[in-house]
Design a protein around this ligand. Structure first.
Ligand SMILES: *Cc1c(COP(=O)(O)O)cnc(C)c1O
Length: 367
């Protein structure tokens, strides 16, 4: 069995149809509210330049990035009627560029509201922007008092073009968390100050809460990319990524031999070990040393020893000799080992696993 790759490294396969299917599944759940796609951080590491146009094909017209540069890079790839919002706000000095490009900042502070007002006042036509209100997460957005001030100031400013008022849920991944209800109530109260804007509160987790959280737009990220933030919500979220890494050496380790940095991977019996060409420099978490696994078909192959920068070792004693060869790819994320499982084993969340996936992988987009 021979698997060849130009670079000889790990392979990441991204299923664009699965991402579109997740989009449609979420859209069905939150209808009539539309789903906007959060494509910040290169679409959570999956390639925004491929993912965003693919979602546009499926009907998505609202997109969220974190930085203006991300928006500028993606704008030419999207239909003319698509809207891009910049979640991290209006960076000082970028006001004119942002307005000229027709990219909508999410105004997070009074200072940003006022700087935007100045730019808009110099233009003939209104330019779209969103306003974020903080409803309890204490991250980005105007406080209740500031929202009041903004509403009064904006009433006097024609053509401000605030077309979306939004807030963000801190605990939407836990439907039972009482803060969801508190944030909902605060959002209702404060958003009433801006009666002409569309409202948006829910991320992926919020989309799977009840319909009161959906308002006029849901902002979905992780659920599009295949990690169900809640498993029991009746939505089937499809797997979108597969990651495999090649065996770069096979060796027999004698009982009592150490293995890897710190020699933490030793055992008191003889073993067959395969060294895989993926390490923490590729975003494969070092925390998976002596805990995570790779798979060959259904067979779980435990990671032994610490994860190195460019390689790691798995115990392949249970595989038949004739299967084991250099170049054979073993599954790290796929049908046998979900993204959620990897995240749990590494003591982190699927978001972090995805956004750290390495630049050295050969990436293939299918469908
Ligand atoms: C990242 C982000 C989202 C998307 O969150 P998911 O949990 O990935 O769906 C939505 N809204 C805001 C403000 C965000 O920063």
């Amino acid at each position: 069995m021979q698997h060849q790759d130009a670079g000889g490294g790990a392979r990441l396969t991204i299923d664009l149809e699965a991402i579109r299917a997740n989009y449609r599944a979420l859209a069905a759940v939150v209808a009539p509210a539309p789903v906007g796609a959060v494509i910040k951080a290169d679409a959570y590491g999956l390639g925004a330049a491929r993912v965003a146009p693919s979602l546009a094909e499926a009907g998505c017209r609202t997109f969220f990035v974190a930085m203006l540069d991300e928006a500028l890079a993606l704008q030419p790839l999207l239909p003319a009627d698509a809207r891009l919002y910049v979640l991290n706000g209006l960076a000082p000095g970028t006001e004119a560029e942002c307005a000229a490009a027709g990219i909508a900042p999410v105004l997070n502070s009074l200072a940003q509201v006022r700087r935007w007002q100045d730019v808009v006042a110099q233009r003939r036509e209104p330019v779209a922007a969103a306003l974020q209100i903080d409803t309890g997460m204490s991250r980005l957005g105007l406080s209740a008092g500031e929202a009041d001030v903004a509403a009064r100031e904006m009433a006097g400013a024609a053509g401000m073009g605030i077309d979306l008022v939004m807030s963000h849920l801190a605990c939407a991944d836990d439907p039972a968390d009482p803060s969801n209800q508190r944030q909902l109530e605060a959002f209702r109260r404060l958003s009433a100050l801006f009666p002409n804007a569309r409202l948006s509160l829910a991320n992926s987790g919020g989309a799977l809460l009840d319909a009161r959280f959906h308002f006029a737009l849901v902002r979905a990220g992780i659920a599009l990319y295949g990690a169900p933030p809640i498993s029991a919500a009746g939505v089937t979220i499809a797997l979108t990524v597969q990651l495999s890494a090649p065996i770069i050496q096979v060796r027999t380790i004698a009982a009592g031999d150490g293995l890897g940095y710190g020699l933490t991977g030793g055992a008191d019996h003889e073993r067959q070990v395969a060294i895989l060409g993926i390490g923490y420099a590729d975003g494969w978490p070092r925390q998976l040393g002596n805990t995570g696994a790779a798979y060959h078909r259904r067979v779980r192959l435990p990671i032994v020893g610490r994860v190195s920068m460019d390689s790691l070792a798995v115990d392949v004693t249970m595989l038949a000799e004739e299967v084991l060869c250099e170049g054979l790819h073993l599954e790290l994320i796929g049908p046998n080992q979900s993204l959620d499982q990897v995240a749990r084993d590494a003591g982190t969340i699927p978001y972090e696993i995805l956004t750290r996936l390495g630049r050295r992988f050969s990436r293939t987009w299918v469908n």
